[in-house]
Design a protein around this ligand. Structure first.
Ligand SMILES: [Mn+2]
Length: 249
């Protein structure tokens, strides 16, 4: 698989589910380093879509910023400075980064679902939590992060208490088991077959941590694989979406 984003024909890059911790775990160092290398290669590509859960936890305080993410944010500064349009679609772990990334990197203020038109295809980007119905592993966290009452309660907590709570709720970020892969592909195919009225041609999601594309008639659903054990990303090249993997070294 290629890793050079500067090859002709690449119009957009998509990445999700790095689940980087603000207090970096020792076993994350390599993934951080490779992500920054990937971003530096992305600089100058027309569009870069951060499709959620890049950050394992982000809470937006009016006067304070969580320490620890600065090396990633500086890499995003370089991507933007090279002329790349940055998009951020918030995930269930990092939707609260919307305002900060909007101000610093010019991403959409609400960080909601996004539709791009690429080579005449309507490409809809959505993090994907809750898409395939009940998803018990993520329900508790999603309730706090996405629900206004949850956000209100979270704001009432001391930042360190909230940080501890979020660490406890976020669980482990991991790749899928073989059984989960079968289940995700089955759900994706079934879900896609029901989208006859959809206004998009291609839906790109993260969240499920499994790289896969389902096809139904002329409509496609692609899930990015996450930046975990394998460093997965997606690219739009020569009029179509491709799954790619960044070299680990
Ligand atoms: Mn997620």
């Amino acid at each position: 698989m290629q890793s050079n984003h500067q090859d002709a024909g690449i119009r957009a890059l998509f990445v999700a589910d790095c689940h980087f911790h603000v207090r970096r775990h020792p076993d994350e160092a390599r993934r951080w380093e490779r992500f920054i290398a990937w971003l530096d290669e992305a600089a100058g590509v027309e569009q870069l879509v951060l499709l959620g859960d890049i950050f394992d936890f982000w809470f937006d305080y009016p006067h304070f910023r969580m320490k620890g993410y600065e090396p990633l944010l500086r890499a995003l500064d370089r991507v933007r400075a090279a002329g790349t349009r940055l998009h951020f679609v918030g995930g269930n772990h990092d939707i609260w980064a919307a305002r900060y990334l909007h101000q610093r990197h010019g991403t959409e203020p609400a960080a909601g679902p996004l539709t791009l038109t690429l080579d005449g295809r309507r490409v809809h980007c959505l993090h994907g939590d809750g898409l395939f119905g009940r998803d018990l592993l993520y329900q508790a966290f999603r309730g706090i992060v996405r629900h206004p009452a949850g956000v209100w309660c979270a704001k009432a907590l001391h930042p360190e208490v909230l940080f501890t709570l979020s660490t406890w709720l976020s669980g482990t970020s991991r790749h899928c088991t073989r059984d989960e892969v079968v289940e995700i592909e089955r759900k994706a195919a079934r879900w896609l077959a029901r989208q006859q009225q959809a206004t998009w041609d291609h839906l790109i999601i993260g969240h499920v941590h499994h790289p896969h594309t389902a096809v139904h008639d002329d409509r496609r659903l692609s899930s990015l694989g996450g930046w975990l054990d394998d460093l997965n990303y997606g690219c739009w090249r020569d009029g179509r979406f491709e799954h790619r993997r960044f070299p680990a070294a």
